[in-house]
Design a protein. Sequence first.
Length: 191
Amino acid sequence: MAERTRERNRAHALHATAEASAIVANDIAVNMRHLERRKELLTGQALAVIRAHADLQAAFDVLVSVPGIAAHSALQLLPELLVLPPGMTVRQWVAHAGLDPRAHQSGTSVDKPARISKVGNAHIRRVLYMPALVAVQRNDHVRAFFTKLVARGKTPLQAYVAVMRKLLHAIYGMLASHTPFVGAKFHAAAA
């Protein structure tokens, strides 16, 4: 993923220069095609492993039932979440992901608003961000939750982080009960 981003940045930088080298442009294009083929191959192999194990397939199906989480995001979340000890609570999951609020106090600035701790698995936070954005756009229940937070004075970024946290809560419950996503349990949509 990082390599593909690096190549895209190289391509953008090359096109922004006055004198673009055809050799460098070809090298970037070859690298990007190679990375795409590797990604497709590895994704196919990962899906084959999941299909071969009923418990992995069940967990994968639960994850893709969440609005905003498709196969790509589920493939990234599954290994991060399934390795967590089974005795962990949902609060511990949230803390592990670094999505728990942390009071910010420093000297005379004791009344600053709380922020997420970010002391945890940055990969989970990164993977949950785009599904949170998509879920707000595509699901009425998630959108109602987001809109309520913004109406209370939260910034859109704070509201998206709250959606990420609540999605993690929902995933925890769904994996524990082996049930798909139910929007009404996430938040009651505005009538």
